[in-house]
Structures are given as structure tokens and as C-alpha cells.
Design a protein around this ligand. Structure first.
Ligand code: NAI
Ligand SMILES: CCCCC/C=C\C=C\C(=O)C/C=C\C/C=C\CCCC(=O)O
Length: 260
């Protein structure tokens, strides 16, 4: 998809990766980006981006994406204000350690249930019947494949996002909806999330050949998932060792004898 002139909604847009994704779209001349976030920091982030990337419009919509009705309100706001939605990024996320039961449950709800909400809403608003087609990027993590010790629900939520995205992005579905759905799986990236768990930075420092990546580098992968029309149901890894790569997909060709 050509980003120029398009309208995007990004959850967790006040955070490190969300801001970098918004900036990438604005550099590519998106018409408008709406940052959807539970943190009121989103107001300053939107103002900062607005000043950096005129004449694009940057809005902040305050909402808890774990509440379906409130999240739908964000879609209604963007649809009404700009007449269409083209790009949805389900990026809001959190992590909790296994000792923290309520935090772990909240992690599952935010990282997986709210991504389901955002994927369903994205399809409802962008499909060929009510919209003009579009693309949904769901932010998972390398933790979907290489589990982080001590955070079962974080790892499970991210593996769930990969499976959900593959299901939503099967070619047969795309033919009906005109909406591509892809997953982005970064490794450790320099954002405030890394400071939510004590000892995490020390643990990362012990990993061989594993520098923390910049959000701008991860945003290069995000932009490819938006722009490349070939990618649907695709899962992209972004790691310091291997860079930006698509995970081979055995179910890519709908005429293939293997549907697995
Ligand atoms: N930083 C990293 O190393 C990696 C992060 N990720 C994923 O990237 C995504 C973005 O995370 P970061 O930018 O790193 O963290 P961050 O903490 O900077 O941003 C997360 C944003 O989500 C927002 N948020 C939290 N609960 C919300 C809710 N209920 N409703 C709406 N917004 C809510 C926060 O206010 C925050 O602005 C997450 O899904 C995370 O799991 C994936 C791989 C690596
Ligand atoms: C206990 C709370 C966990 C805190 C999690 C906080 C941030 C998580 C960020 C990620 O999503 C991590 C991304 C990747 C981790 C998975 C694998 C790292 C690969 C290391 C290796 O090369 O072995």
C-alpha cells in the first residue's frame, strides 16, 4: 500500500514503538495518524509529531483498548474525522512477571484480547463493503518463539497474536475483505517497556551478540509490512542478528496441496 495520503490508527501510540511507527508513516506522507492510548502522554507525543511533520494531521484519542466499546469509539472518531481508515496497528502492550497474577491476566487481556478487538474492528471498518480495504499490523514479539523466562503470560500472549494474525490473514479471507493482516515480532527494543521489569536490562546485557535495537529500526520492518502488497498473514521477525526477515509460511499458496 502506498502510504501517502492514507489514514492510520495506532494503539499504544504514546509509547516508544508506537511513536516510531507513527513517525515512519508521517515521513512517508500519511494524511493523518491517530494515536490511541490510555496514557495522557499521548497528547504531547501527538503535538510533537504534528510540529515535526506538517501538514499531516496527528490526533490523540484517549482510551483503554481492553474495553471493546471504548476502542470502537476510537474507530468511530477516526472514521468520522477523516472519512476512512486505511492502516491499523495493534501495538499497545505490557508485561508482567509470573509472580504477579493480576498483572499476568491483564497482560493476556491487553496483549491478546485487545489485539483481537482491534483486528475485528479493523476488518469491520476497512473491509471492501464498509471501507476501501486496508492493512492491519499486529505487534507480537520474538518472545512468541523464544520464551522470556518468568513471563509465561507475556510469551503466551505474543504466540497468540502470531496465531491470531495468521488466521485473520489467510488469502481466502483477504480476497473477501481486501484487508491484509500481518504480525511484527521484534526482539528487545529501546523503549520504556524495558524498565517495567527489574533486572531485565542486566539480563539482556548478558546475552551474547544481542544489542538493544532502536525503535526506528523496528519501524523499518513495520513500514515494509504496510507497503508490501504481497504480505498477508505474514510474520516478520526483527532481530539484531538477522535483521528484518519474513518467517517462511507453509500455507502461503492457497492452491498448495499442503494446507498446514
Ligand atoms: N520494547 C521491546 O523490547 C519490545 C516490545 N514489543 C511490543 O511492542 C509493543 C509496544 O511496546 P513498547 O513501545 O516497547 O512499550 P511502551 O511501554 O513504550 O508502549 C506501550 C504503550 O501502550 C499503552 N497502553 C498500555 N495499556 C493500554 C491500554 N489498556 N489501552 C491503550 N493503551 C495502552 C501505554 O500507555 C504505552 O504508551 C508492545 O506490544 C510490546 O509487547 C515487542 C517486542 C520487543
Ligand atoms: C518478567 C517480565 C518480562 C518483561 C518483558 C519486557 C519486555 C519484553 C520485550 C520483548 O518482547 C522481548 C523480545 C524478545 C525476547 C525473546 C527472545 C530474546 C532472544 C534472545 C536470544 O537470542 O536468545
Amino acid at each position: 500500500m502506498k502510504i501517502s495520503g492514507k489514514v492510520a490508527l495506532i494503539t499504544g501510540g504514546a509509547g516508544g514503538l508506537g511513536k516510531a511507527f507513527a513517525a515512519a508513516l508521517l515521513r512517508a506522507k500519511a494524511k493523518a495518524v491517530c494515536l490511541v492510548d490510555i496514557s495522557s502522554r499521548g497528547k504531547e507525543v501527538a503535538e510533537d509529531l504534528r510540529l515535526q511533520y506538517p501538514p499531516s494531521q496527528v490526533d490523540f484519542y484517549h482510551c483503554d483498548v481492553m474495553n471493546y466499546d471504548l476502542f470502537k469509539g476510537a474507530f468511530d472518531f477516526v472514521q468520522k474525522r477523516f472519512g476512512a481508515i486505511d492502516i491499523v496497528c495493534n501495538n499497545a502492550g505490557m508485561a508482567a512477571s509470573d509472580h504477579n497474577v493480576s498483572g499476568s491476566i491483564r497482560t493476556l487481556r491487553l496483549n491478546l484480547e485487545a489485539v483481537y478487538f482491534g483486528t475485528k474492528l479493523g476488518m469491520d471498518y476497512m473491509d471492501k463493503e464498509s471501507g476501501r480495504g486496508g492493512v492491519i499490523i499486529n505487534v507480537a514479539s520474538m518472545a512468541a518463539f523464544l520464551p522470556l523466562m518468568g513471563s509465561m503470560c507475556y510469551n503466551a500472549s505474543k504466540a497468540g497474536v502470531v496465531a491470531l494474525t495468521k488466521s485473520a490473514g489467510v488469502p481466502e479471507q483477504y480476497e473477501m475483505t481486501g484487508v491484509r493482516v500481518n504480525a511484527l515480532c521484534p526482539s528487545f527494543t529501546e523503549t520504556p517497556l524495558l524498565d517495567t521489569s527489574s533486572g531485565l536490562r542486566e539480563m539482556i546485557a548478558q546475552l551474547p551478540n544481542h544489542p538493544i535495537m532502536s525503535p526506528e529500526y523496528v519501524a523499518e520492518g513495520f513500514q515494509q509490512l504496510v507497503e508490501n502488497e504481497e504480505l498477508c498473514g505474514a510474520v516478520m521477525r526483527v532481530t539484531p542478528q538477522k535483521g528484518i526477515e519474513i518467517v517462511p509460511n507453509r500455507r502461503k499458496d492457497r492452491n498448495s496441496s499442503s494446507k498446514l
